[in-house]
Design a binder for this molecule. Structure first.
Ligand code: NAP
Length: 287
């Protein structure tokens, strides 16, 4: 039976580090503050912004929710983001996605200052991933890496097979895993003989969004399986992409859903606020 790699302990450890960093910043007279921008009333976004606010409260980070009606124009959203960019009391900006239909997502995301972009969605921050640079990185792919490293799983030198090349998880993860010195194979809908590829993996990461698509016969015995997928279950609740009950019998280690990758993302938003404050301090020193 596989070892279960829990996200909750990892999240708690990150939150502890953040709390300590926040205490130091407050001693210096700086009160970290996050702005969460919610356009419309997408239920998952409303719930996520609530959990972010709660996590901020625990870490003594201020959090203000900027709610805009779904009918807001693209320019109105961009205006708000620009005001938040130049507001020195705001250190991080998180724009809840998806945006209402009709908005140009890329144009809106580019309006967030890269120095305050705690969700790592600005093209400049995406670019920094390639060079393992000083940017703010997206939290879900980061969670996939943290859940392994902080559970004592070595990534360097391993063959990692990623299933999914989505903008949010799969694509950034390609370079983040390369930066961890893994050898990376990427699979998607056009991949021929997916099970052949997944069976080569020392580390198999699924970021697809299809319940039960990773089955036991697709996993090499002893492999590490990280499930980034989130799918709604018909009777309520969520599950990942991996057929957990059967894969658990073959894998060496496996992350559950819920309780795995998804439990770490909010803590990494907080960690990115601390990183954003450093970046903003350095940018001021350069002026
Ligand atoms: P996405 O943009 O929809 O990408 C899905 C990827 O899966 C695509 O690259 C697609 O291939 C690939 N795919 C679909 N069916 C496949 C199949 N049968 N075989 C092989 N590949 C297949 O998704 P995303 O936004 O990156 O998110 C991926 C998953 O992560 C979703 O379940 C999402 O809910 C979850 N997620 C979790 C968190 C968290 O906090 N844990 C946060 C964000 C997202 P093509 O490129 O060829 O179409």
């Amino acid at each position: 039976m596989a070892t279960i790699i829990e996200g909750k302990k990892v999240a708690a450890a990150i939150r502890k580090e953040v709390k300590e960093a926040v205490a130091e910043l407050r001693d210096e007279g700086l009160c970290p503050k996050l702005a969460v921008v919610l356009v419309g009333d997408d239920l998952a976004s409303v719930l996520y912004s609530r959990s972010i606010k709660k996590a901020c409260g625990v870490a003594a980070v201020e959090c203000e929710l900027f709610k805009m009606p779904a009918e807001s124009s693209e320019d109105e959203v961009i205006d708000l983001l620009r005001r938040l960019n130049i507001d020195d009391s705001i250190h991080g900006i998180m724009l809840e996605l998806p945006l209402p239909p009709g908005m140009n997502k890329q144009k809106v995301l580019q309006a967030i200052s890269p120095l305050k972009d705690v969700d790592g969605v600005h093209p400049i921050n995406k670019g920094y991933i390639l060079s393992n640079g000083v940017g703010l990185f997206p939290t879900t792919p980061q969670s996939c890496i943290e859940i392994m490293l902080r559970n004592g799983i070595e990534i360097s030198g391993k063959h990692a097979v990623l299933v999914g090349r989505g903008e949010t998880v799969g694509k950034p993860l390609i370079f983040m895993m390369l930066n961890q010195n893994a050898t990376v194979t990427v699979c998607h809908t056009r991949t021929k003989d997916l099970p052949y590829h997944t069976r080569q993996a020392d580390i198999l990461i699924s970021a697809v969004g299809k319940a039960g698509m990773v089955t036991a016969d697709m996993v090499k015995p002893g492999a590490v399986v990280v499930d980034a997928g989130i799918n709604s279950k018909p009777g309520g609740g969520i599950c990942g992409d991996v057929d957990f009950i059967n894969v658990e019998k073959v894998a060496g280690a496996i992350s559950p859903v819920p309780g795995g990758v998804g439990s770490i993302t909010t803590s990494l938003i907080l960690k990115n606020i601390i990183k954003a404050i450093e970046l903003q301090k350095n940018a001021k020193n350069c002026i």
